[in-house]
Design a binder for this molecule. Structure first.
Ligand code: MGD
Ligand code: MGD
Ligand code: MO
Length: 720
């Protein structure tokens, strides 16, 4: 081949000067995918999946394949900027990093002196890698108000698990004979879990999937339970009824290691499959079949999600009912059931590490109470991570129990919360707003100081992948004046005068500290561009049936069907010690009058393969896959009843407001339920969800069980 031919084919070789650099895609999935980036003259010219990477093993989705469009987007922030016009006017002046850091130090320390360190919030959205640094910064600064997207994602699941098991768990997909996928669709949302599921199916594991929609995951299921959104608890109780009545429980486990079984049994007896069927819409036969399949399997695992079950006003109790199934059948801390791992940042740890010590340098008790603890006290009992971001607007507006005055936000989008307008208006009451992002966003537009962050291919990130560890290396230099979020945090910590030896030692000192007990160092990890396998001699597993010697980390020391934590709050509605099923606060059954006017269940945010929240809108390749922009995915029968054809413009309304989008007629939507994706600033579904519409225990919003009306619109342009 001539050099020109080699160049045209983008072959990496000395003749072309093209080199392959290993990196990772951090556009979505917290586990992240390995990339082979073809670099010429410091620029990425081609992107492929890295075959040797433990998570994606070479595969790459539409988002990762769009890396060049994402990284080289016109919308990238180029320099730090300070606001010169009115807030929200969009007038900014480029400034140097030196000046930007001076402003930050002056404003943050100013607030600390005047109002106390707790008046400063350190926030972030879905991005994960810099969190240990940000949390350490917040806590060392003296503020308990480090908060993440965990106020609407994942934490409520952890809360439910801690109430039942006393700890978080994962599904032992590799060894399960039956996998109960409760509202997950990993073929769209998580490469590693999707591969694990496929392997399990290939080796003969049975698959039950609980999901109102038809998805690639439900298509592989032996049993698909298509329930009405938000009725998960009733379905789990119906299954529990079958398991108890048909004597499929693990008697030895229930008698010795659980708490509250008699009361639970009595409650469950009020949920025969016929009653569960009436509530959920799933047939009694299927409920019985699923219950038997799960309970009879030797090793049955529940693969649960961070979001759909808890995006309801009854999410924690519903999850408690679901996890109680593991309690009834003894599928806890046993092969093929719910398994335990050492704590580790964002992944099950398989070796001793100091991630928890790194990001919690002081205990919560040494600090003022986090935002949200008064309203959602179970956070304090079970969620030891962060403040509840859902409670921020009310505390800013009321100033109670103490004032909040400033926010430093990393990749934060106020539109991810319900009633985003209220969220924004409350933020505008603060004295100082600063944020980092890759792009100019609606949130940054209202800030006083903007800092440009770089992407994962321009920085170094520490990652754990179960049996592998990776310290990625920058494949290209940070574009323009952008910097890695972790570098910004470490630099700021030094300038704030926190006198922390780890921050003062820089990025490597932080990484080395987190890894210290393993004996692995940052330098050593750099020799493994495809991730380093955890050496066998340091591998540590939580042994099976550990509970027999150690008990459970619950108040009773047992697996709790009856929650002693919730029993502490007898006067709070919804805090029932048993996993009592309550209808979503808005539903065909709980609000029939409202349902008369708003006659479809409004389920928002079920993932699309080419979108991640707000991140991918507008990228050319994504536009090709989504020519209609945001769609209202509606069952053809529901559409027909409303005179709606595929491609028609429709108005989707709730009592809070309306948006106009394109109707997509699809059998994947259950009759009576419509699905819309979130994150689109032009057609923001969260404007249609009230701020206070949330779960009383976790504070999680009811993104997936409000009610709406859908009507054909004759004229005008869709909000897209
Ligand atoms: N492509 C892509 N991948 C992503 C993301 C993304 O935005 N795009 N986001 C990431 C994030 S932040 C998260 S939290 C995860 C979520 O990951 P997943 O939970 O796997 O994905 P979802 O599509 O949110 O929900 C899974 C399924 O739950 C169903 N569902 C909706 N309502 C209900 C309900 O009331 N009950 C039950 N049982 N099922 C219901 C939906 O129809 C959907 O098929 O994905 C991560 N990965
Ligand atoms: N209606 C509805 N709303 C939802 C959901 C739903 O299902 N339905 N899902 C909820 C869930 S589960 C989640 S997790 C949230 C997620 O919601 P968000 O966290 O808001 O997610 P994004 O919009 O993807 O990310 C926020 C910002 O981070 C920026 N960003 C990306 N990478 C980086 C980086 O490396 N550094 C920095 N500094 N910034 C970066 C992006 O450009 C973006 O502006 O949405 C929640 N909101
Ligand atoms: Mo999430």
């Amino acid at each position: 081949m001539t050099t020109e031919e080699l160049m045209n084919a983008k072959i990496a070789c000395p003749e072309t000067g093209i080199e392959i650099h290993k990196s990772i895609c951090a556009i979505c999935d917290p586990q992240h995918c390995g990339l082979d980036l073809y670099i010429k003259d410091g620029k990425i010219i081609k992107v492929e999946g890295n075959r040797e990477h433990p998570n994606n093993e070479g595969s790459l989705c539409a988002k990762g394949a769009s890396t060049r469009q994402y990284v080289y987007s016109e919308r990238r922030l180029k320099t730090p900027m300070k606001r010169v016009g009115k807030r929200g006017e969009g007038k900014f002046q480029p400034i140097s990093w030196e000046e930007a850091m001076d402003i930050l130090v002056q404003k943050l320390n100013g607030c600390k002196e005047k109002y106390g360190p707790e008046s400063v919030m350190f926030a972030c959205g879905f991005s994960k890698f810099f969190r240990p640094y940000l949390k350490r910064l917040s806590l060392l600064f003296g503020s308990p108000n480090y908060f993440t997207e965990g106020g609407v994602c994942s934490t409520a699941n952890t809360i439910a698990q801690k109430l039942v098991f006393g700890t978080g768990t994962g599904a032992d997909t590799a060894n399960a004979a039956c996998i109960l996928v409760w509202s997950r669709n990993p073929y769209y949302t998580g490469v590693g879990d999707g591969k694990g599921l496929t392997k399990a199916i290939e080796r003969g594991a049975k698959l039950i999937v609980v999901d109102p929609r038809i998805t690639p995951t439900t298509k592989k299921a032996d049993i698909h339970l298509r329930l009405r959104p938000g009725t998960d608890g009733a379905l789990a109780l119906g299954m529990a009824n079958v398991i108890i009545r048909e004597n499929l429980i693990d008697r030895e486990f229930v008698e010795n290691y659980t708490h509250g079984y008699p009361q639970f049994k009595e409650y469950v007896m009020t949920f025969p499959p016929e009653r569960a069927a009436q509530i959920t819409g799933v047939s009694p036969d299927l409920i019985c079949c699923a219950a038997r399949m799960y309970a009879r399997a030797k090793g049955a695992a529940i693969m649960a999600s961070a979001s759909p079950v808890v995006h309801h006003t009854n999410g924690v109790q519903n999850y408690r009912a679901i996890y109680s199934l593991a309690g009834l059948t003894g599928n806890f801390n046993r092969s093929g059931g719910q398994i335990l791992a050492l704590p580790c940042f964002m992944a099950p740890g398989l070796f001793e590490n100091q991630c928890a010590e790194f990001d919690t340098p002081v205990t919560w008790e040494e600090l003022p109470p986090r935002v949200g603890l008064e309203r959602f006290p179970v956070w304090g009992d079970t969620a030891d991570d962060d403040a509840q971001g859902m409670a921020i607007p009310d505390q800013i507006l009321s100033g109670k129990p103490y004032p909040l005055k400033a926010i430093l936000a990393f990749g934060f989008n106020y539109r991810m919360y319900p009633d985003p307008e209220k969220y924004l208006q409350s933020l505008l009451k603060l004295d100082f707003l600063a944020g980092t992002d890759l792009f100019m966003t609606d949130t940054l537009r209202y800030m006083d100081l903007i800092l440009p962050a770089c992407s994962s291919v321009e920085r170094s990130e520490l990652h754990f992948y179960g049996s592998h560890i990776m310290l990625s290396q920058p494949a290209i230099q940070p574009l323009y004046q952008s910097r890695s979020d972790s570098d910004i945090i470490i630099d700021l910590a030094q300038r704030l005068g926190l006198k922390d030896p780890l921050f003062d030692g820089g990025f490597d000192a932080c990484v080395n500290y987190m890894l210290e007990p393993s004996g692995i160092t940052a330098d050593e990890l750099r020799n493994y561009p495809n991730a380093m396998p955890v050496p066998e001699n340091i591998m540590k597993f939580v042994p099976h049936e550990h509970f027999k010697s150690c008990g459970f980390h619950t108040p009773s020391g047992k697996l709790e069907f009856w929650s002693e934590v919730l029993a502490k709050y007898p006067n709070r509605e919804g805090f029932d010690p048993l996993p009592v099923y309550r209808e979503p606060k808005r539903s065909p059954l709980s609000t029939p009058d409202l349902y008369h006017e708003y006659d479809l269940v409004f389920d928002t945010g079920s993932r699309k393969p080419m979108l991640v929240h707000s991140r991918m809108y507008g990228l050319p390749w994504v536009n090709v896959m989504l020519p209609r922009g945001t769609t209202c995915d509606i069952n053809p029968a529901d559409a027909k009843a409303r005179g709606i054809n595929d491609g028609d413009r429709v108005r989707v309304s709730t009592p809070e407001g309306s948006i106009e989008v394109i109707a997509e007629l699809t059998e994947t939507s259950l009759p009576g339920v419509v699905h819309l994706f979130h994150g689109n600033r032009k057609a923001d579904v969260n404007r249609l969800i009230p701020g206070g519409y949330c779960d009383p225990i976790s504070g999680f919003p009811g993104f997936k069980s409000s009610l709406c009306r859908v009507e054909k619109v004759k004229e005008g342009k869709a909000d897209e």
